[in-house]
Design a protein around this ligand. Structure first.
Ligand code: AMP
Length: 216
């Protein structure tokens, strides 16, 4: 877990490759659904672009379908889920039914740094590689170093949506920290500094939380 710009996507991918597990990134799943042309897709697209949260009901259907797939049978790394208390309760219910253990790691980053990371973020339209115009620019502006694809800004990385998303995180997702802390399932990791050092910190936190367990 972490506010937008905390590095969840980058760190989830690193952790998944270390642990040999799949990553389930709800933001990515929703963006994919949003590419279709159905009333639900349009609603999801608008919700994401405005920086609001997709409803818990819609999320419940999406996450249950995704976690039931074969590649999640022996655990997975969740990126961006849960984001609300009802989502956390739903995940615990699912975990109980399927014999998983849920552990949470929060990536902590100061707000001014988050804003810079989000406004500077650019994603390759071909391979999805992520750059940042302030911290990790491509060699040629607007072009991916790896495959020459155009680098695009996410629609929700505009200043109004960023403010909305960070405010919503404080309001809706911060209460989750207590939820997991009270049950001894929370690891807190400093998300600033070298990407590999952060990844090491997250791995240690996950190892401490999941010692002797198999699960999400
Ligand atoms: P992310 O890629 O994790 O930054 O998510 C991008 C956007 O997708 C969010 O701002 C929300 O609009 C939506 N989203 C992703 N995960 C969730 C979730 N668990 N609950 C509700 N909305 C979500």
């Amino acid at each position: 877990m972490g506010p937008q710009g905390a590095g969840k996507g980058t760190q989830a991918a690193k952790l998944a490759s270390r642990l040999g597990m799949s990553t389930v990134a709800t933001g990515d799943i929703l963006r994919k659904v949003g590419e279709s042309d159905t009333p639900l897709s349009r609603q999801i697209r608008e919700t994401q672009a405005a920086g609001r949260l997709v409803s818990d009901d819609v999320m419940a259907g999406i996450i249950q379908e995704r976690l039931a797939r074969e590649d999640c049978k022996s655990g997975c790394i969740l990126d961006g889920f849960p984001r609300t208390l009802p989502q956390a309760a739903l995940l615990d219910q699912f975990a109980e039914q399927h014999g998983f253990k849920v552990s949470a790691v929060i990536i902590v980053v100061q707000r001014d740094m988050l804003e810079k990371r989000l406004t500077g973020r650019r994603t390759c339209s071909v391979c999805g590689h992520i750059y940042n115009i302030y911290f990790k620019p491509s060699k040629d502006e607007g072009v991916c170093d790896l495959d020459g694809g155009a680098l695009l800004m996410r629609e929700d990385d505009n200043p109004a949506a960023i403010k909305k998303r960070l405010d919503l995180f404080d309001q809706m997702t911060l209460p989750l920290l207590d939820y997991y802390r009270k049950s001894g399932r929370l690891g807190e990791v400093d998300g600033e500094g070298d990407i590999c050092a952060i990844s090491d910190r997250i791995s240690s936190a996950v190892a401490a939380l999941t010692a002797g367990a198999s699960g999400v």
